[in-house]
Design a protein around this ligand. Structure first.
Ligand SMILES: Cc1cc2nc3c(=O)[nH]c(=O)nc-3n(C[C@H](O)[C@H](O)[C@H](O)COP(=O)(O)OP(=O)(O)OC[C@H]3O[C@@H](n4cnc5c(N)ncnc54)[C@H](O)[C@@H]3O)c2cc1C
Length: 436
């Protein structure tokens, strides 16, 4: 059996390694250094394009849990990251040069991997393939993917609003309604009086932002302004834009609010809500600080923060199965950031699962669908769930997993999620010993 992996980033490196270790002959295509991306600096595999951190190692954090799951799944990225670790407290940070050089060395010297430095512009649908070309997929391949999946399935920018857990919202202040009572009251509304609005506006316009890269500036021309940029146009701009109170009466006070922040249901079960119109470039800590000033969001838990950056990704809920295989193209799989996950470790982890599924398929074994109680299983379920209407990329979060009935403190709850996940993953892998 011969498999093609396109893109030797974090996801592609994991996928190629898994398959090669299983005795599969892999052809690994990587376009760098022949063709560059606007961000990568070297020709090395698994280059970290920004931070050198894989985030927390603590089991009270979803990123910590994901790394523990990746360890159980035999992750190459995690193994090499540990070899190249630098001091960073409870985070796993690496010497980036050593890290990507070591991954490159392992893959290029593997007897089952043939590396070809070439840009792929056309796909051979008869050839089992994993596409892992990342958020900066070359434009020729973007066109090919748009041709195969329909142009409406391919997104070029990630201009996402924060997503919050319903459990963390204060319903003593928030009311349910749609504007002009149209529909069944589908929005959660956070009402603001004049003083609250003005305080919020002042903090919003002075909060710290993440600078956009030169090649990302065109995002603004796609008609999608960050909330803080809109706010800077004038004190009342938001009140006539996404925070307009028209058609809404707060039935808790029977009054029309001065301004309203609306939250829209984000997942099928109604446990997650996104902040309408709040795409933002604020730093994550600043989002927490400023957005928690909105009445009802004082203790909001952020499942994901708002972002605005260049990011090619597919509308995975519509085009992928929960195995990361294309619905319409059997034997074709998608992995990494282009599948709609967000982050280094998330991207790498989906590479392992796409490879496991491809290998299982060609060995006539069952699909590899991890339990929903695991960080990775819940993330893949999120990005491939066909019930999604407003799909936006997602990173791992406890908010994606089935909740506990019991009321525990936040720390205890998160630890309990992790313990349940690791236990369920071990049981799963015990039953599927052939995968490792
Ligand atoms: C500017 C920027 C900063 C980011 N910062 C962070 C961060 O700090 N922390 C974090 O967790 N995440 C960050 N991310 C998000 C994401 O985690 C990374 O982009 C991550 O590298 C994605 O992994 P990947 O394997 O999906 O893609 P990549 O690591 O980008 O790998 C894709 C590979 O495919 C190759 N390729 C593309 N097109 C072709 C083609 N047609 N033929 C052959 N090869 C091709 C590319 O050269 C690349 O090597 C950032 C993303 C961007 C764009």
């Amino acid at each position: 059996m011969k498999v093609v992996v396109i893109g030797a980033g974090l996801a592609g490196s994991e996928a190629a390694y898994y398959l090669a270790q299983k005795g599969v002959k892999v052809i690994l295509y990587e376009m760098r250094p022949v063709k560059k991306t606007p961000v990568h600096q070297t020709g090395n595999f698994a280059e970290l394009v920004c931070s050198n951190s894989f985030r927390s190692l603590e089991l009270t954090k979803a990123a910590g849990l994901l790394k523990e799951e990746m360890r159980l799944l035999g992750s190459l990225v995690l193994k090499v990251a540990e070899e190249c670790r630098v001091l960073a407290g409870v985070a796993l940070a690496v010497d980036r040069k050593k890290f990507s050089s070591r991954i490159t060395e392992i893959l290029t010297s593997h007897p089952n991997i043939k590396v070809i430095r070439e840009e792929i512009t056309k796909l051979n649908l008869k050839q089992p393939t994993i596409i892992a070309t990342g958020p900066l997929t070359s434009s020729s391949l973007e066109k090919e993917l748009a041709r195969l999946t329909g142009s409406k399935s391919l997104y070029f920018y990630d201009a996402a609003s924060p997503i919050l857990t319903r459990d963390s919202l204060n319903f003593k202040k928030i009311f349910l309604a749609s504007r002009y009572n149209k529909g069944e009251g589908n929005y959660l509304n956070c009402p603001m009086n004049k003083t609250e609005y003005e305080r919020f506006w002042e903090e919003l316009i002075s909060a710290e932002t993440v600078p956009l890269k030169e090649f990302e500036k065109e995002i603004y021309f796609s008609g999608c302004l960050p909330i803080e940029v809109m706010a800077k146009k004038g004190k009342d701009t938001l009140r006539f834009g996404p925070l307009k109170p028209v058609g809404l009466i707060n039935h808790l006070t029977k009054k029309k609010p001065y301004a309203v922040v609306q939250l829209r249901q984000d997942d099928f079960t109604g446990s997650l809500y996104s902040m309408v119109g709040f795409q933002t470039n604020l730093k994550w800590k600043e989002q927490e600080r400023v957005f928690r000033m909105v009445p009802g969001l004082e203790r909001a838990e952020f499942v994901r923060f708002g972002v605005m950056h260049r990011n090619t990704y597919l509308n995975s809920p519509q085009v992928l199965k929960n195995t990361l295989e294309f619905r319409d193209y059997p034997g074709f799989f998608l992995a990494g950031q282009i599948s709609g996950v967000e982050g280094y470790i998330e991207s790498a982890a989906t590479g392992i699962i796409a490879a496991m599924n491809l290998w299982s398929k060609f060995n006539h074994l069952n699909n590899v669908v991890l339990p929903l109680t695991t960080a990775l299983g819940s993330l893949i379920n999120y990005v491939t769930n066909p019930h999604h209407k407003n799909f936006q990329p997602m990173h791992v979060s406890f908010g994606l997993m089935p909740p506990f009935e019991k009321k525990l403190s936040k720390k205890e709850r998160f630890l309990a999620y992790s313990q349940r996940a690791l236990n369920d993953l071990k049981i799963f892998l015990e039953k599927r010993k052939e995968l490792l």
